[in-house]
Each structure stands twice: as structure tokens, then as C-alpha cells.
Design a protein around this ligand. Structure first.
Ligand SMILES: Nc1nc2c(ncn2[C@@H]2O[C@H](COP(=O)(O)OP(=O)(O)OP(=O)(O)O)[C@@H](O)[C@H]2O)c(=O)[nH]1
Length: 203
């Protein structure tokens, strides 16, 4: 048993266009609130939350990056050590969806090639403003071997599920790698892109 107060430590990085709701997703998950008048992220922000999954303590280091182009060189340097990436777009903003191939190129270029990546369509509470059909996003995610989830940071829809499913998948990967390598230490940063999350029931 380690001296630390957790069994696993995973680094999760949120990326995607400015204004899609990355900061709100992180705040909702880590603090249980929807911040009013959330300003743009400058560079990179960092929060921690420890969750318990099937009796194991999982510490999640969550890095919230700025979507604005001018911060790109700073945010890119955070990709490499990420165990998981949450690629976020806004379902009410076609532009944020159209930029996804650009983000995938960033991932290809800067992330560990085995990183676990999940596509998230945020702001589903704004039903009447939807510009990107769910089916279209699902097809895109499937073609890229990514899981797809729609969330609302405002209404707290699927936010907990997003982070807990990711944590479950990262544990599964770490255990698998440990078996494959005959290693004693959990393998951090050795995830891979997933097409399906076989999540454990955490409640
Ligand atoms: N209706 C609705 N609005 C949201 C939701 N999530 C975020 N917003 C709003 O969208 C705006 C941008 O949210 P942020 O969380 O700052 O977006 P971001 O992706 O972190 O932006 P950058 O830091 O510039 O990259 C804010 O006005 C939020 O209130 C959501 O789920 N529903």
C-alpha cells in the first residue's frame, strides 16, 4: 500500500474551442456548481478531485485549458502527460464542431498516442438552439474511435458520468497493462483511444 492517500492518480485534460463550457464542466464536477459569468480561461487551470470506485481511491488531476488560439502553445505542452483527454464542443455552435478535426490533429501531434479520448457535446439544456445533431456527432466520434457523451454543465446532466466513466476506463487500462507487463506499479499515461466505455457501476 502506498504512503499516498489514493490507489490511482490520473491526469485528465479538457480541450476544445473557447466558450464551449470546459471550465463549467470542471467546476460542476469538482465543486458542484455552475459559476455565474465565467470568464475565459487564461492559459491552464488545475483542479483535483478524489473519487472512490469499487473501494479504490482515485485521484483525478483535472487540467482545464484555454480554448483561445493565442494560448495554444501553452496548452499543447499539457497534452503529453495526459492519461485522458476530454475533447469538448458546444452542440449549439456549429463552428465548435467544425473545428474538431483541427483538435484531433493537435492530439495526434502532441499527446501520448495511447491517450484515452472522449468527445463531449456540451450545453444540451439549450435544446432549441441545437445546431449539431446528435447522430452526426455520434457518427464522427465512431469514425474516430472515440466514445461520445452529451452533457449540460448547467443542469448537471452526465457530468458525473463523464468523469467517473473515464476513471473506470483508466483503472481498467492500468490493470490490463499491469497484467500484460507483469509490472507491480500501475501504468500511468498508458491509456488508449476507446470506442466503448465498459464502466463499472460506482454507486
Ligand atoms: N446553457 C449552458 N451554458 C453553458 C454550459 N456550460 C457553459 N455554459 C456557458 O458558456 C460560457 C462559456 O463557458 P466556459 O466554461 O467559460 O467555457 P470554456 O470552454 O472554459 O471557455 P475558455 O476558457 O475560453 O476556453 C459561459 O457563459 C457559461 O455560462 C451549459 O451546459 N449550458
Amino acid at each position: 500500500m502506498s504512503m499516498e492517500d489514493y490507489d490511482y492518480l490520473f491526469k485528465i485534460v479538457l480541450i476544445g474551442n473557447a466558450g464551449v463550457g470546459k471550465t463549467c464542466l470542471v467546476r460542476r464536477f469538482t465543486q458542484g456548481l455552475f459559476p455565474p459569468g465565467q470568464g475565459a480561461t487564461i492559459g491552464v487551470d488545475f483542479m483535483i478531485k478524489t473519487v472512490e470506485i469499487k473501494g479504490e481511491k482515485v485521484k483525478l488531476q483535472i487540467w482545464d485549458t484555454a480554448g483561445q488560439e493565442r494560448f495554444r502553445s501553452i496548452t499543447q505542452s499539457y497534452y503529453r502527460s495526459a492519461n485522458a483527454l476530454i475533447l469538448t464542443y458546444d452542440i449549439t455552435c456549429e463552428d465548435s464542431f467544425r473545428c474538431l478535426p483541427e483538435w484531433l490533429r493537435e492530439i495526434e501531434q502532441y499527446a501520448n498516442n495511447q491517450v484515452v479520448t472522449i468527445l463531449v457535446g456540451n450545453k444540451i439544456d439549450l435544446v432549441e438552439k441545437r445546431e449539431v445533431l446528435r447522430q452526426r456527432a455520434e457518427d464522427f466520434a465512431e469514425a474516430q474511435s472515440m466514445l461520445y457523451l452529451e452533457t449540460s454543465a448547467k443542469e448537471s446532466d452526465n457530468v458525473e458520468k463523464l468523469f467517473l466513466d473515464l476513471a473506470c476506463e483508466l483503472i481498467r487500462e492500468a490493470k490490463q497493462n499491469k497484467l500484460d507487463n507483469g509490472d507491480t506499479a500501475p501504468m500511468l499515461g498508458e491509456g488508449k483511444t476507446i470506442s466503448y466505455l465498459n464502466c463499472c457501476n460506482v454507486n
